[in-house]
Design a protein around this ligand. Structure first.
Ligand SMILES: C[S@@+](CC[C@H](N)C(=O)[O-])C[C@H]1O[C@@H](n2cnc3c(N)ncnc32)[C@H](O)[C@@H]1O
Length: 282
């Protein structure tokens, strides 16, 4: 028989079931049974930090400790992202900006699961290039539930290999290369950093405090963690924040064919409100 390595902490099916219920209630994240081991390794780190002996103790501690509830969420989110991920969406954004009337006011974008910042900074670079100005008439709000990725994003420091997908010009125009002990990393320039307003928003919150009138909502690769009813509820609330001509941009594996009463597909994973919803507000 194969040797199954012993776990450092006792971790029963009932512990996993409790974790599943809590993260679903707090963040809408719907963990499948295949995630049992992943959850163990992510939370075992928290038990070590807190010097607790088992999951039972951890879950009791979690119950009463607000800070730990945030750490718990941070530990269980998946933050995979990249600069210009699904590059076609950024061409769509650039076209949208170029075709917009100069009198239309600020172009408002919400990046609703911005993770470590690569996505909102890609949006900002795209709009600087589209307007040919480091102070384009735009407002970019980037949000996530995870406080640690938001802190990372606000610093705007990335290892150089993350920047491989950028053109030489983009690296030159938008990043400062680290020297000395910062060798191997690059920092987003202040002018680009200042274009992005990072906020903590849980998509399950009743009120996102954003106001309406968005030109584009990027909500990519986060709906996949939610169940179908949650996805539909969120889509309904988000598209009501769009201007009538606005765009809702989804991730590569997210499809809203079940929401044809609400949105229509206008380009690859890019949606617009169907006409009878245009102009409705949250
Ligand atoms: C896989 S990343 C996607 C990042 C980026 N949008 C992209 O496509 O490259 C998913 C992000 O969704 C965030 N997230 C998960 N549940 C959330 C919730 N309820 N509210 C807001 N953000 C959430 C996670 O913290 C994570 O940073």
């Amino acid at each position: 028989m194969k040797n199954i390595p012993e776990r450092e902490f006792n971790y029963a099916d009932a512990d996993f079931a409790r974790v599943k219920a809590i993260i679903y209630r707090k963040a809408g994240i719907n963990l499948g049974d295949s995630k049992k081991q992943l959850v163990y390794s992510r939370l075992a780190r928290r038990l070590r930090v807190l010097q607790l002996d088992n999951f039972d103790e951890y879950l009791a501690y979690l119950d009463h400790n607000k800070n730990e509830q945030q750490e718990f969420i941070n530990a269980l989110t998946t933050n995979l992202t990249a600069f210009f991920r699904e590059a076609h969406h950024f061409s769509t954004l650039a076209d949208y900006a170029r075709n917009r009337k100069a009198t239309a006011g600020k172009l408002r974008v919400w990046c609703a699961a911005s993770s470590t910042g690569e996505e909102p900074y890609s949006i900002a670079m795209t709009l600087v290039e589209a307007y040919g100005s480091y102070s384009p008439p735009v407002e970019i709000i980037a949000s996530d539930i995870d406080s640690s990725v938001l802190e990372f994003a606000a610093q705007g420091i990335y290892s150089l290999d993350r920047l491989d997908v950028l053109s030489l010009e983009q690296k030159k125009h938008f990043f400062l290369r680290g020297k000395g002990r910062n060798n191997g990393s690059a920092k987003v320039i202040d002018k680009l950093r200042q274009l992005v307003d990072f906020r903590q928003i849980n998509l399950l919150d009743r009120d996102w405090r954003l106001g309406a009138g968005f030109d584009v909502i990027f909500c990519r690769n986060v709906m996949i963690y939610f169940d179908k009813p949650t996805q539909l509820q969120l889509l309904e609330r988000m598209v009501r924040l769009l201007k009538p001509e606005g765009l809702y941009i989804a991730g590569h594996s997210e499809s809203f064919s079940n929401a044809s009463h609400l949105v229509k597909l206008v380009a690859k994973t890019t949606y617009k409100l169907i006409d009878n919803h245009a102009g409705e507000r949250q």
